[in-house]
Each structure stands twice: as structure tokens, then as C-alpha cells.
Design a protein around this ligand. Structure first.
Ligand SMILES: Cc1ncc(C[n+]2csc(CCOP(=O)(O)OP(=O)(O)O)c2C)c(N)n1
Ligand code: SF4
Ligand code: SF4
Ligand code: SF4
Length: 714
């Protein structure tokens, strides 16, 4: 939650301090009233502006009783507007800022109303003028509609006898510090309350229940083909699938949906999809990618958006039930190299604070589904470190056995080295543990020692087997007191395979952390590098990086980036021993899953460059996966894999996995605001840069094609 403090005065205000006595309070999410003490700072006679999904006469009864009492006691004037409905009606999507700002000026009395509205329109022209007349007109319409839909809410003399919403927080078992920060009382915590080693409990994002989506997807099982695409693309891990037995559903809530599972390997099972409606952001990516349509009514898909509020209670019960259904086991019964099967794996990264529709997080979620129970993640500063470890909650979580990714963030400029250090430490611990197992062979027993040293841990089955052996080893060692036995006990877990993932954005990988990244690629160490390529420094507001494409507008490239994107993958190929894949799940999700599996299996450095849409691109985020497809279809973002293993087999290690361009570059780029802006502001430069960009895309495509066609000799 962001709290903005705004002060107005007849004279310029030069000092900075937070407001403790507010004349005006605006609440942009109705449910904040249930969770935060938003009226604590209100003065007597203050004004409260609510963004409310309810009709004017439904607002008062839905206010928590304590809030009602404060409003009465402090003589607060209450206004309400359904800003999301107005935004939708005026084609502003989820963007309610213009609407709420208009209401503020209309009722706060900071400026005379008419003058204020005029100034808002002036500022709209200034801010959005570059994006074209249509955007300006949409915002003007939103201003006018805002005034029409703003209502004063009468305040009765007494609070309602039986208010509708729950007043008590329903967040059991939340650690104290986390709970206090979630409740907005973090500033009052004493230093002594904080963990001395900086470690925070995992899996706490599940307690936030932000309820931010106005609409959420609803599953129509009769149309579903069980493809798993919706589950794969969800940035917040809020739509999930499971298979289970009929018996597991004996106590299912009424109306809990299920259909027969369509897996040859899983006969007689049932399949279900469930949405965590209180954690969903309403981004619509899942609905957009869903391929299953009703033939009689193509507007009805297997997933369709519906208002969240009427579904909340029912789906909360369904979600809780769903979570307790058994998770699929990685026991060799099913291989997880396909989107269809991956959907059944529990994500160990969920409900992060990333933007709705973020293109980065689905890749991280996939990583945790496939490898999360034995992954160690070194995360460069950037969006992924902020939504990955942002107080008060942690989106990384554990499976039922308590295993999940270990995660830490390092500096922007040394994250690759940070991950390399983790790898080397793990390898040293493993070597020491193996040495001790050999030395204590007689004590441990030769069967157990041989099994511990000889298990093939290239797959999940082997890893599970080694875990069981280590558990046996620990039980044996518990009775011994010699130093070597105690040492082995302390490093025994290092006998189980761990993989290291080095994760970060393009600003890190292409620019500031590139020296370290290159060093790690040259090292032959077994690490996996995931570059979340949004083509800008997303977390700091969209500055240009060396990954920014030619002709795109970004901060520090306001006139369009004059040079081509650096080809990170091609540079890394020169080493020969690095596995490299360039992926875009919106264009080819199977290819993405395959690349992750191959990268992890490669015994050496691996580099995955993953295309991710971002709010900085100026797109409708609901169409993010479609934008990825356009990028690939235009030849701008070729999909490929470079696998050194193939070279060892005397085959060409470079495989170009996407087809010849089938749309022009212009057909792709002018669907995105970052390119359209330049067309608006400087059409001449835009068309010049378009020609340059086309040349560069064409040249790179030709080069890749030749590389893919090369015969490979030794
Ligand atoms: C040496 C250094 N310079 C600048 C920053 C500020 N900073 C933090 S995150 C960030 C942007 C990260 O961009 P990117 O690596 O592309 O990741 P994204 O946010 O796009 O995921 C910047 C500039 C920093 N933390 N350290
Ligand atoms: S709307 Fe977005 S956040 Fe919600 S389930 Fe679908 S993909 Fe996930
Ligand atoms: S994308 Fe659509 S068809 Fe595929 S699993 Fe999801 S709901 Fe079913
Ligand atoms: S700024 Fe972009 S990359 Fe960062 S969380 Fe938002 S959409 Fe994702």
C-alpha cells in the first residue's frame, strides 16, 4: 500500500514532513478501510473520498462499524465514487488516477472548482498529448464522468447495528513483525522486534489477501481442454490446477468444480482449476491466453472475467479446500517437460507485489515449479528483488515438506559473482561431506556410504532418494560424538543436489552487472542465469539499457534509442560451453519450458534470456502475451537454443526455434506506446529509426538463419 501525503498552501511550502492532521483523506481501495487505520489522522470536519464498488446507498452499511463511529464522532463528510466503473466506461482500463484527482479538486476546496477542472484538463493535455488525441479525449471524458458519478453519502447519527463487513483480521499464524507491518503499524515496532540475522519467514504473502481485483476469472469446465496455459502465464500464481481422486472431493464445498482429467498417465482422476480471488490482480492474462471458446458463442471462453465481490466468500472457501487437496508428486510417474504437466506442480513463488500483468514473474514461478525444492537464488537488485523480498511479506514459499527456494538479494553490480560464490560454497561443502562419508565408511556402513556417494541425482527421483539416504545418515550420526561425525552431520544436507539460479533484469545483465556475468559465463561452473528482459530498467521507472531496442522511447532515450539492442546471447555463444536460450512464453510456451529443463540439466553455465512485457512498454497489459507473440512473429525476438551437448555429438549446437517473420516490424512495434510516442512527437525521426530497426532485425535474422543451417564438424 502506498500512502501519499500532500500539502497545499497560499505560500510555497519548503519543509518536508508527513501529515498528522489531515483535512482530506482519499481511499482508493475500499477494502483498506477494513485493514488500516485510515481515519486516525482525520481532523474534526475532515472530508473522506472513497473509491467504492457500491451504489451510493450501499456505501454506509458496508463501512466497518469502527469507521462509521469515527466518521460520526469527527463529523467527517463522506463522498463516494465507483472510479473503476468510470474508468472502464471511459476506456481507461484500471487507471483511476485522473478520476480520483478530479474528485479531490471538486470537493476539497483547494482551488475554485471550475478553475481546478480547467487546470486538470490542461495538465492532461501536457501529460498525455504525446500519446495522441484519443488518449487526451479519453482522459477528458473521465474528468466529466467523474463529476457526474461523485456522490455525497449521508451520515446517520448512529452507526449501523449490524455492519456487513468483518472487522477482525482473519490472518492467523502470521509472524508478529510481519503482522504489524501488514497492519500499518511497522513504524511503531521497536528495533528489538526485528530478526537479528535479517532472515524472514517464507510464504507470508498468502496472508495479505489484498482483494485488489475488481473482476476475476471464472472457470467454465465444460469448455476446458486442460492445456494449462492459464496457469503458466499467471504472474501472481493465483490460478492453479490439480488432479485428484473422487474420494478427495468427498467434503468439497458445494459447487466445487471438477471434470475428468485428460491424462493417459493419470487414469480415473479428476481435474480442477481454482482461482485465489483475494490474491488475483485481475490482469486478465489467463483469460486472454485461454484457447477454449464456446463455438455457439465465441465471446464465452473457458475463463471469463466476472465481478469479484459477489464471488469472494464462496471462492475463499473453494480456495482453502483446493489448497488442501494433495499436490502432484515428482516421483517419475509424470515428466514435467510440458506446459500441460507443469500446471500441476505447486508454485513456490506466489502473490508477489509485481504489477498486474507483469511479464517477469511467470518465468520465476516456472523456475520454482520445476526446481524450487532444491534451488538457491541469487537475485540482482531490480523489480525481481523488490517483488521477491519486499517487506512485509515474502512470496517465496515452501512445499508440504517444508522445502522451497533459498533466496537472497545482492547488489546490482555483483549479483553474478554472488551466485558464483554460492555455487562454489555448495560444491566445497559437498566435496567435504563426500570425503567424510568415505572416511567414516565403517561407522556408517558400506551400503549406506556407497548409496550416498553413488545416487544419480540428475532427476527428481534421484534427489528424493538422496534425501532419504541423508535422513538415514543423520539418524546414524546422531549417536556419535567424534569431531568428524559431528562435522558430517553439519554438512550432510550438502550431499543432496542444489542448483543455483542467478536472476536479474536486463539493466543488471546487459549493463551494470555485465562484467560479473561474463566472468561467470567464462567459468565453467554449474550455474543457471535467468535474465528477465523487459528492455528497460523497469524498477526505477523505465530507463534505457543496452537491451532497449532501436527506435524505442525510454528515459535517457527520449528521442528514440539510436543504437541496436546488444545481442547478449550471441556474445555468450563465443564461449562454446554455455547453454543459451532465448525464450518468450507468450509466443511458444512449450519452448520456454523445454529451455528451462535443458538449462538446468546442462552441467556448466546456462543463460536464459526471457522476454517480459512491462508497464513501461505502454501496452494494454492484458495483452502482454500477445505482444510477446508479435515480437517473435516480426523476427524481432527470435527464439533459439544453443546447446553445447549437441556440439559434443558433432551436431550444430544452435537451433533456431521460431519461423521466418510473418508480420512486418512496424506491425509489431506500433502496437506499443514506447514506439508510438516517437511517431507522435517526431514522425520524421520515427520513420528514420524504423528503417534502421528493420535493417538491424533483418540482419540478425539472416545471421541466425545461417548459423542454424551450418554443418557442424567437431
Ligand atoms: C550500482 C547501482 N546503480 C543503480 C541502482 C538503482 N537501481 C535499482 S534497481 C534498478 C533497475 C534495475 O533494472 P533491471 O536490471 O533491468 O531490472 P528490472 O527492474 O527491469 O527487473 C536500478 C537502476 C542500484 N541499485 N545500484
Ligand atoms: S487475472 Fe491475472 S492474476 Fe488473476 S488469475 Fe488470471 S492471470 Fe492470474
Ligand atoms: S487456458 Fe483455458 S482451456 Fe486451458 S486449462 Fe486454462 S481454462 Fe482450460
Ligand atoms: S515494473 Fe514492469 S517488470 Fe516491474 S513489476 Fe511492474 S510490470 Fe513487472
Amino acid at each position: 500500500m502506498t500512502v501519499s501525503h500532500l500539502r497545499f498552501g497560499a505560500q510555497p511550502i519548503k519543509s518536508t514532513y508527513l501529515i498528522r492532521r489531515a483535512n482530506f483523506i482519499a481511499v482508493h481501495q475500499f477494502n483498506f478501510l477494513e485493514r488500516y487505520p485510515v481515519l486516525d489522522a482525520a481532523v474534526d470536519g475532515a472530508t473522506l473520498l472513497l473509491n467504492s464498488p457500491y451504489e451510493p446507498d450501499g456505501v454506509w452499511p458496508r463501512l466497518p462499524r469502527t469507521v462509521q463511529q469515527t466518521i460520526i464522532d469527527k463529523h467527517i463528510k463522506v463522498y463516494s465514487i465507483d472510479a473503476n466503473a468510470v474508468a472502464k466506461k471511459t476506456q481507461l482500463g484500471n487507471r483511476i488516477n485522473t478520476i480520483m484527482q478530479t474528485c479531490f479538486f471538486a470537493i476539497s476546496g483547494v482551488l475554485p472548482r471550475e478553475e481546478a477542472i480547467e487546470k486538470i484538463k490542461e495538465s492532461i493535455r501536457k501529460t498525455y498529448g504525446k500519446r495522441g488525441e484519443a488518449v487526451v479525449r479519453q482522459n477528458f471524458a473521465a474528468v466529466d464522468a467523474a463529476l457526474e458519478h461523485l456522490h455525497e453519502i449521508p451520515v446517520p447519527a448512529l452507526p449501523s447495528p449490524n455492519p456487513l463487513p468483518k472487522e477482525e483480521s482473519e490472518t492467523p499464524r502470521v509472524p508478529y513483525v510481519t503482522a504489524e507491518i501488514i497492519a500499518g503499524r511497522g513504524d511503531q515496532l521497536p528495533v528489538s522486534a526485528f530478526p537479528i540475522d535479517g532472515t524472514y519467514p517464507l510464504g507470508t504473502s498468502q496472508w495479505e489477501k489484498r482483494n485488489i481485483a475488481q473482476e476475476v476469472p471464472v472457470w467454465e469446465p465444460d469448455l476446458c481442454i486442460e492445456c494449462g496455459k492459464c496457469v503458466l502465464v499467471c504472474p501472481h500464481s493465483t490460478i492453479r490446477a490439480k488432479v485428484c481422486d473422487e474420494a478427495d472431493l468427498a467434503n468439497a464445498p458445494e459447487g466445487f468444480k471438477r471434470i475428468p482429467a485428460k491424462w493417459r498417465e493419470l487414469p480415473d482422476k479428476l481435474y480442477t482449476i481454482q482461482v485465489a480471488v483475494e490474491d488475483c490482480t485481475g490482469c486478465q492474462l489467463c483469460v486472454e491466453v485461454c484457447p477454449a471458446k464456446d463455438k455457439k458463442d465465441p465471446s464465452r471462453k473457458s475463463l471469463n472475467m466476472h465481478p469479484q465481490l459477489p464471488l469472494r466468500e464462496r471462492e475463499r472457501a473453494n480456495w482453502d479446500f483446493f489448497l488442501n487437496l494433495p499436490d502432484i508428486q515428482k516421483n517419475g510417474h509424470l515428466s514435467f517437460g510440458s506446459v500441460k504437466n507443469v500446471q500441476l506442480l505447486r508454485p513456490l513463488f506466489e502473490f508477489s507485489g509485481a504489477c498486474a500483468g507483469c511479464g517477469e514473474t511467470p518465468y520465476i514461478k516456472l523456475l520454482t515449479q520445476l526446481f524450487g525444492d532444491h534451488a538457491i537464488i541469487a537475485n540482482a537488485t531490480g523489480c525481481s528483488s523488490i517483488y521477491g523480498g519486499n517487506l512485509p511479506t515474502t512470496p517465496y514459499t515452501t512445499n508440504r515438506e517444508g522445502r522451497g527456494p533459498a533466496w537472497s538479494n545482492s547488489l546490482f553490480e555483483d549479483n553474478a559473482e554472488f551466485g558464483l560464490g554460492m555455487r562454489m560454497a555448495l560444491d566445497h561443502q559437498n566435496a567435504y561431506a563426500r570425503d567424510l562419508v568415505k572416511r567414516l565408511r565403517d561407522r556408517i556402513g558400506s551400503d549406506l556410504a556407497d548409496a550416498l556417494l553413488g545416487t544419480d541425482q540428475s532427476g527428481d527421483e534421484g534427489i528424493n532418494a538422496e534425501r532419504e539416504l541423508v535422513a538415514r545418515l543423520k539418524r546414524k550420526l546422531a549417536g556419535y560424538d567424534e569431531i568428524e561425525a559431528r562435522d558430517l552431520l553439519s554438512v550432510a544436507d550438502a550431499l543432496v543436489k542444489k542448483n543455483v539460479w542467478i536472476v536479474g533484469g536486463d539493466g543488471w545483465a546487459y549493463d551494470i552487472g555485465y562484467g560479473g556475468l561474463d566472468h561467470v559465463l567464462a567459468s565453467s561452473q554449474n550455474v543457471n542465469i535467468l535474465v528477465l528482459d523487459t528492455e528497460v530498467y523497469s524498477n526505477t521507472g523505465g530507463q534505457a539499457s543496452k537491451a532497449t531496442p532501436l527506435g524505442a522511447v525510454a528515459k535517457f532515450a527520449a528521442g528514440g534509442k539510436p543504437t541496436a539492442k546488444k545481442d547478449l546471447g550471441l556474445t555468450a555463444m563465443r564461449y562454446g560451453n554455455v547453454y543459451i536460450a532465448q525464450v518468450a512464453m507468450g509466443a511458444n510456451d512449450t519452448h520456454t519450458v523445454k529451455a528451462f529443463v535443458e538449462a538446468e540439466a546442462h552441467n556448466g553455465p546456462s543463460l536464459i534470456i526471457a522476454y517480459g512485457q512491462c508497464i513501461a512498454h505502454g501496452i494494454d497489459m492484458a495483452k502482454g502475451m500477445h505482444q510477446q507473440k508479435l515480437a517473435v512473429d516480426s523476427g524481432y525476438w527470435p527464439l533459439y537454443r544453443y546447446d553445447p551437448k549437441l556440439a559434443e555429438e558433432n551436431k550444430n549446437p544452435f537451433q533456431l526455434d521460431s519461423h521466418d517473420p510473418k508480420i512486418s516490424l512496424a506491425d509489431y512495434i506500433y502496437t506499443e506506446g514506447r514506439y508510438r510516442m516517437l511517431q507522435q512527437s517526431d514522425p520524421e525521426v520515427a520513420s528514420f529509426l524504423l528503417v534502421q530497426a528493420e535493417k538491424s532485425v533483418h540482419r540478425r535474422w539472416q545471421q541466425y538463419k545461417q548459423m542454424a543451417q551450418m554443418t557442424w564438424e567437431g
